[in-house]
Design a protein around this ligand. Structure first.
Ligand SMILES: NC(=O)c1ccc[n+]([C@@H]2O[C@H](COP(=O)([O-])OP(=O)(O)OC[C@H]3O[C@@H](n4cnc5c(N)ncnc54)[C@H](OP(=O)(O)O)[C@@H]3O)[C@@H](O)[C@H]2O)c1
Length: 251
């Protein structure tokens, strides 16, 4: 199959392109770097022409509320219109476990808007809800740092390795469209503060990490299980402790 990967130069996208090629398919990375811009529309029609599947693992360069909404709404509309015109048979998008449970986050609202556009389009689709990537822990810590202390909510998180996210999206992209959503997650729930503290310590970062009932996650209040996938989720095997002990953990 020919599979176009929008955001194919990013963290998940580059791993996904390698996975798809490894399974014998033609995977074409598309991003501004390769002359395809889903915000302006530049190169989009040409990129999706002849594709069997289009996978969208792009991300907004800015997480500011209005910018991220503009990114996911405009880019998704542009892509879906081009795919419908080209007769693409499957649109796959990567989103986040719990998007619908965290409406006070502008980022999550933008992901919900993206999902609604996909669900309302004529293109057969699959939406993959993934939990937070292990690789995302330091960005979470930086956003949650107040006067040198990292303050995170007292809740559970069930993170997963980016390699496993890419593998999960690859499976979905090679299967028939679900016209629905599937959840993927890490093998075990962790306390949020343990996840962040262990990641920082492995990288030699000694910032204090505390659990704080008033702490927000990118501006949003979280409940104990807001970030935890449901019973039907496909759980990956890589444990956080093992990942930290490997080459990626020290980086
Ligand atoms: N972080 C998490 O824990 C988490 C959890 C679950 C789901 N997700 C979702 O995973 C997805 C991928 O995240 P990631 O961390 O792999 O992203 P990333 O590494 O930041 O990569 C973003 C990709 O989007 C491309 N892009 C940016 N602007 C574009 C545009 N105008 N047109 C086309 N492509 C554009 C970038 O291309 P250039 O390199 O050329 O700029 C890059 O290839 C996101 O949708 C995110 O919501 C994230």
């Amino acid at each position: 199959m020919k599979i176009v990967v929008i955001g194919g130069t990013g963290l998940i996208g580059s791993k996904l392109v390698a996975d798809l090629e490894g399974r014998g398919h033609t995977a074409v990375p598309a991003s501004p770097d390769t002359g395809v811009d889903t915000l302006t529309g530049e190169g989009v029609a040409e990129a999706v022409a002849g594709a069997d599947v289009v996978v969208d693992v792009s991300n907004s360069p800015s997480f500011e509320d209005a910018a991220v909404m503009e990114f996911f709404e405009t880019s998704t509309r542009t892509l879906l219109a081009a795919e419908a015109a080209a007769g693409v048979g499957h649109h796959v998008a990567l989103s986040i476990v719990g998007t619908e449970r965290i409406p006070d986050s502008g980022y999550m609202r933008a992901k919900v808007a993206q999902e609604k556009l996909i669900e309302g389009s004529s293109v057969p689709y699959s939406i993959v809800h993934a939990t937070q990537f292990f690789e995302f822990a330091r960005r979470i810590a930086d956003d949650a740092t107040v006067d040198g202390t990292v303050r995170v909510p007292p809740v559970l998180i069930q993170p997963m390795a980016a390699d496993d996210v890419a593998a999960g999206v690859c499976e979905v992209a090679l299967a028939a469209p679900l016209d629905g959503t599937v959840e993927i997650g890490g093998p075990e729930p962790l306390r949020f503060e343990d996840f962040v503290r262990l990641r920082l310590r492995a990288a030699g970062d000694e910032r204090e990490v505390v659990s704080d009932p008033d702490a927000l996650y990118f501006g949003a209040h979280l409940d104990e299980r807001s970030l935890v996938p449901g019973d039907g989720a496909r759980l990956a095997e890589t444990r956080f402790e093992d990942w930290l002990a490997g080459p990626a953990g020290a980086g």
